[in-house]
Design a binder for this molecule. Sequence first.
Ligand SMILES: C[S@@+](CC[C@H](N)C(=O)[O-])C[C@H]1O[C@@H](n2cnc3c(N)ncnc32)[C@H](O)[C@@H]1O
Length: 284
Amino acid sequence: MKLPQVNNDLYRTMGHSWWDDNVGQFSAIRFFVNPARFSFFLRVLERERISGHATRTVLDVGCGGGILAEEFARAGFHVTGVDPAPESIKTAREHAAASGLDIAYETGSGERLPFAEASFDHVACCDVLEHVDDVAGVIGEIARVLKPGGLFLYDTINRTFLSKLVVIKVMQEWPSTSFVEPNLHIWERFITPPELCRLIEHHGLDQRELRGSRPGAIPSPTCWTCGGGRRARYPSRSWGEGSHCMKAATSAFPTWGTRRRRERSWADAMHTRRQTGRRCPASA
Ligand SMILES: C[S@@+](CC[C@H](N)C(=O)[O-])C[C@H]1O[C@@H](n2cnc3c(N)ncnc32)[C@H](O)[C@@H]1O
């Protein structure tokens, strides 16, 4: 069955509005999604830090207006952002300059990253995988530009009943509640943790940790790890994912509003390590 095309035009036509508090689809990322996923990433990065390591480089794939890229820059990373929408890149550049942040932005797609092999210590790709046609191609490119031992930090939306209800019906389709453009999200293109994990491992990244989150939940540090002899688990009915992966070492997902009850979470986070023999969680 041919799936409808994701409407990514928004990132061109509304590319100037990334930092506008009144544009719901962007301010939701800035105020609700980003703080939770970034704090998770920072904890993971701190934990994985090798003492004495020089300042690290981060590539933000599908950076949009730079919401996540700026957080990494403020935390002391050398950041590069890439996005196919020139209008979003223009906004990201202008906002970084106005904020006194030195971030390199380039126009380009995740399927053809304009960087050499093993260029970055870490790669982030947040709320992007559900927007691309070729998820495997993007993961392959991320694995290519990531240095051995580097972390791949990502989040995406899980394909669950909850994500259909909240992201598709409430946010996008029902006239009385919707606030995002039609077809910005296509439910069938959402990715489950086992599907993503298979792609990640296929490209030489190892899953480390999986976290789930959902809207409006009380944050709680629920986390399922692959390490320490414990089998990785993920919320089978969660609506999104957050994770980090390491090339030849680790990988992970971010989260917000995670709850302990697996069946109620809506997003997941995970990280993986190569050369440990650990495998993805089995399908639910
Ligand atoms: C929901 S926004 C997320 C932006 C940013 N990562 C964040 O979380 O603030 C999705 C972004 O993915 C970008 N995008 C769409 N297709 C892409 C592709 N093939 N490769 C890389 N980025 C893509 C869009 O231009 C848009 O900026």
